[in-house]
Design a protein. Sequence first.
Length: 158
Amino acid sequence: GHPDREERVASGPELAAAARRGLCSIGSHTFSHVRLSQAKRAEMMRELSDSKEALEELLDCEIADLAFPYGDYDASTVERAYSSGYRRLFTLDPRLWHPEKGETLVGRFLVCPEMWRVEFALTCAGAYAWRAASRRVWHRLRPASQRRAAKAPEVVAT
């Protein structure tokens, strides 16, 4: 919960009961919220499997969904997530999802209370879905050194 608010957090058994009743689906977000595309293979596999196993043990149900931390993923991340047993992967790419076409990479759209009604309606209708493609193109056009520099945390000596 938030430090300034008193919130009741659901227990493992309560979450398991809600999932069994179909009130929610529960997925993984990795074990320690690392940027998977920057993790070494062994660390990435550990993050994916440890989180999945811990949730499955706690909730006594299969965990098939994964939301990438920071929305950060690449082709090897997707491949390793599938090989770890995840079947549906959530990104932060604003893209429409077509499950009837067998798509398992699910984009999401940011919606918030401050949105204008027309902006909310356009978002829900998929009017901003083009942004995912433009992001991928921009990412491919930038030199690899710029991509690494943009993702690397800044270190300040004191």
